[in-house]
Design a protein around this ligand. Structure first.
Ligand SMILES: [Zn+2]
Length: 169
């Protein structure tokens, strides 16, 4: 557990960590991770990551506990879901609530990588923005591994918005 002000982030690692580990920067999503909601692909990404990290024998997953709803919190995310039911997409719904597209902060990852002596990582993500966050904090990304998630009728438009508006793979 890594503390950042009053926030506790959770790091799950393989038995040992060498440089260039397989890394997942996972943003908390109670609905997807815990309750298997079909509205997003977070739970599936979490489980695919854990499997791939475990078989890599050199990897870690950082679970950002303050990233719910791209940083707006669970209460606001549920409000955003209500707006999505009225026809707003995931990005516009956040704007309607007065939030920017993404309010997540990845800074604590640098302290975590320093703690493990990691300077270069292989990143599991569909979000090219995360590569930029890592590069800006001085972490080299040697490789990006994306997820192939099969859409379901409940998350199809959410996944396509992430692709069109947020540049996701
Ligand atoms: Zn989610």
């Amino acid at each position: 557990v890594f503390c950042e002000a009053d926030i506790e982030h959770v790091v799950l690692t393989t038995e040992s960590i060498q440089d260039n580990p397989l890394v997942r920067l996972h943003s908390e999503c109670i609905t997807g991770d815990v309750f298997s909601s079909l509205r997003c692909d977070c739970g599936e990404q979490l489980h695919q990551s854990l499997q791939q990290i475990a078989s890599s024998k050199n990897g870690l997953l950082i679970y950002f506990t303050n990233h719910e709803g791209r940083g707006i919190g669970i209460g606001n995310k549920i409000k955003a879901y209500a707006l999505q039911d009225q026809g707003f997409d995931t990005v516009d719904a956040n704007h309607q609530l007065g939030f920017p597209t993404d309010v997540r902060d990845f800074k604590v990852a640098k302290d975590i990588f320093d703690f493990f002596g990691v300077q270069t990582i292989r990143l599991l993500t569909n979000n090219p923005e995360k590569i930029r966050h890592m590069t800006e904090m001085g972490i080299n990304v040697s490789e990006t591994l994306s997820f192939a998630i099969a859409p379901n009728p409940h998350n199809e438009s959410y996944l396509s918005t992430k692709k069109k508006k947020l540049g996701h793979l």
